[in-house]
Design a protein around this ligand. Sequence first.
Ligand SMILES: C[S@@+](CC[C@H](N)C(=O)[O-])C[C@H]1O[C@@H](n2cnc3c(N)ncnc32)[C@H](O)[C@@H]1O
Length: 277
Amino acid sequence: MPITVSEFSLVEQTAFLTAYARALDNRAPVPILGDKLSDRVVGLIDYDFAAFRIPASVVRQTALRAKMLDDRVRAFTTANPDAVVVDLGAGLNEPMVRVQPPEEVDWYSIDLPHVIALREKLLTAPPGEHLVAADLTAKDWTAGIPVGRPTMVIADGLFAFLSEQQVIALFAHTIDYFDKGELMFNDYGRVGWLSSLGMKLAPRGMFTVLRQVWANPGFTDPHTPQRWEPRLRLVEQACLAHAAEVDSFPDAARRVTRLAGRFKSVAGKARVLRYKF
Ligand SMILES: C[S@@+](CC[C@H](N)C(=O)[O-])C[C@H]1O[C@@H](n2cnc3c(N)ncnc32)[C@H](O)[C@@H]1O
């Protein structure tokens, strides 16, 4: 019988949005990520996923950014088989299963307590994965995570729901605790008045949820985080519009995305940013 999730807050429900987007990608004729597990997971939850009315462009974007993050984590853990990977705001995502890192890797998936409790019911944690139920706006989430090993901290879809001050504090705490490593996350650039208005006017579906919980104005210049936190150094900005996978998009979507990729300001609205500290 599907599991009921009536106690989930709106922010916690955003985990369903990205899981469902990956499930829809898996059902596409040519999937980008092909995440069968997400498809299975949404089938086990009693929730009106269809009410999100996720546009095809968002499905593609969610799948592609997950793939881009996976590829970089795979490269990092291949080069550093004793690595520690920390997934901030992991939701119901299980990138460890897709990445298949070396078996010495320790992987920490962190999210709010309801989400972690649901993960425990639905997903079998692979060997080496550790679940942490914590609020990332506090500082106790790092307790027990090993230090002194090559560390990659990732976040897919989290920072929109934290204020800028909370993100800055989270970066500082991450670096204070781990001292050295990499930080990588997806980013939407600056959320200008037009995007905010679009979210406000959207009649139903995912944007009615997002406009209530979106807390972060974002930034255009990818060096901004290193101005907040001088121990960070930008090492990569990878725009989704420039990814090779765009070639497999349906015709019209491929043309529009490639065209968007020619304009720096538009391409920067869907990107993966990677920093060293
Ligand atoms: C859009 S979902 C993304 C989930 C997952 N990374 C994915 O790609 O499917 C955002 C996640 O951030 C989590 N989150 C938001 N605020 C948080 C906080 N203060 N502490 C821990 N997790 C938080 C939510 O519970 C949710 O699971």
